[in-house]
Design a protein around this ligand. Structure first.
Ligand SMILES: [Ca+2]
Ligand SMILES: [Ca+2]
Length: 72
């Protein structure tokens, strides 16, 4: 089972500009770095699935809650 600090490390990896929020653009960039194809629409939907307050950005709290729900 992953700890919160593991989530924070993963979050920091995705948060390319280190502003404490993951945007759809950062998510798409990560997918591209991993060699995956990800359209802006797919990135937006992935963000929407994690976004709890509807601001279109993922905070560490939202990310951790989502990952915990997945049992990851
Ligand atoms: Ca960011
Ligand atoms: Ca949010």
């Amino acid at each position: 089972m992953a700890s919160n600090s593991d989530y924070a490390a993963t979050f920091g990896f995705v948060d390319a500009d280190s502003d404490g929020r993951i945007s759809a653009q950062e998510y798409a960039d990560l997918m591209h770095r991993l060699g995956d194809t990800c359209t802006q629409e797919q990135a937006r939907q992935a963000i929407e699935a994690m976004d709890q307050d509807g601001d279109g950005l993922i905070t560490l709290e939202e990310f951790t809650a989502y990952m915990s729900d997945q049992g990851a």
